[in-house]
Ligand binder design. Sequence first.
Ligand SMILES: NC(=O)c1ccc[n+]([C@@H]2O[C@H](COP(=O)([O-])OP(=O)(O)OC[C@H]3O[C@@H](n4cnc5c(N)ncnc54)[C@H](O)[C@@H]3O)[C@@H](O)[C@H]2O)c1
Length: 243
Amino acid sequence: MEFAGKSALVTGAAGGIGTSLVRRLRAAGAQVAVADRLTDGIEADAHLPGDLLDPAYSDALPQRAADALGGLDILVNNAGVITRGAVTETSDQDWSLSLGVNVEAPFRICRAAIPIMAVNGGGAIVNTASCWGLRPGPNHAVYCMTKAAIASLTQCMGMDHAHQGIRINAVCPNEVNTPMLRSGFAKRGFDPDTAVAKLGQTVPLGRIAEPEDIADVILFLASDASRYICGAVLEVNGGKPVS
Ligand SMILES: NC(=O)c1ccc[n+]([C@@H]2O[C@H](COP(=O)([O-])OP(=O)(O)OC[C@H]3O[C@@H](n4cnc5c(N)ncnc54)[C@H](O)[C@@H]3O)[C@@H](O)[C@H]2O)c1
């Protein structure tokens, strides 16, 4: 996949999937603006650190990326947070955090990016949902709801903005070997390496996903190879259903 001359904005760029994605986009020729709470040490063409819970920051990100890179062809809303528990164990803070990062920020960023892409003849947006947003798993009620919301928003935007030459799709991973998953194991007192290996045995392909497995699918959805795909929610699960 070739991205020479393309400009991309990636949120969650310092995380597991984000790090791999930024490297691959740049290796394929794209200019990349990185957004995360801290972006120090990431090799990129523009650094736009900040907190996605700040509406003014999210609203401004696409224009700032376009100004820094000379345009905006690709947006990847990859940042996310996971909160565990049933509704009865969910605090107001968990609710605001999950909705804020996983739904409101991508909504704001898409709303600002679409007109910028439209005047330049189009673009591609990839949102990160989850298999758990398509069919919920246990004990993560609000997380699953936020991922269902971003999946649905993606389907709606995919229809509504195709006529502007903007393709909007979502990637829906199952378990991925990133800090998000590993820190969850550590918090619950499990050794992350052992837990990841054990979890891998539950996947028909024999292992959980590595960040690169997801980044490659995001690259595909951002590339011309997927030029006729709009509003898709693409499961990347190694054959493992949500159970
Ligand atoms: N790891 C998995 O098993 C898995 C499965 C399905 C979907 N996903 C989704 O993939 C995406 C990437 O996750 P990951 O596994 O790489 O996780 P990660 O925790 O490694 O990375 C997430 C990044 O988002 C950033 N972020 C979170 N809140 C932010 C805020 N308020 N402001 C700015 N940045 C913020 C974090 O700093 C972090 O760098 C997420 O949307 C996640 O929900 C992950």
